[in-house]
Design a protein around this ligand. Sequence first.
Ligand SMILES: [Zn+2]
Ligand SMILES: [Zn+2]
Length: 219
Amino acid sequence: MQEKIYTIQIWDAFNNANECPFCYIKKEVEKQYLKTVIDELVMDYHFHDRIVEYAFCTEHLNMFYKKSDKLGFATLLEKMIGLEIKNMHKINKFNISRDSIRKRKCYLCERIEKSIEKSIDSTISLWLENEKFHSLYKKNGTFCQPHFFDLINKGKKIKSFIKKKKFLIITYETHNERIDLIEKNLKEYIKKFDFNYKNEDIKIDKEILIESINIVKND
Ligand SMILES: [Zn+2]
Ligand SMILES: [Zn+2]
């Protein structure tokens, strides 16, 4: 059942993303988790214990601030500040360093990372098991640079040599063509600002900047 949910998610992302399908899934999963954290905080007392193991990164704290209900977020912050105070009390006052406080991972980053890893596995399984998926994969398999490399790393583990070779070549060639096209369109877009091309109707809009960000970003 769980596997089926992942498969539906992959079809949906490759059909509707208009960007890297895994970035699209990341945003969807992120939205769900942001809500779940606040709900769990209110409903589930064990969540308070689990939160001790984790922290939140600045990006996700800012998302909570902008998108979640303020009472829920304030309650979360109250728990976390309580933990910081407890930690402060444990510190040896005469030997304070940042290492005195145990490093904790971002609760959301870790959960999202696991979901994306699973989505990449499911994409490869779907590609191996369902030939109908091949044309959609080739058409809309436009990945950001980090997810392209994640996909290639996982693709290298395909057991059948022939299938592995086919998957890696298709993924590489499609991605490469895509980057070439982005570069070409970006050059066109830049011409819009050039007086020499002022009479030309250049159709490329600022979306190309987002597409370019997805190639150069490094997270
Ligand atoms: Zn991506
Ligand atoms: Zn995070």
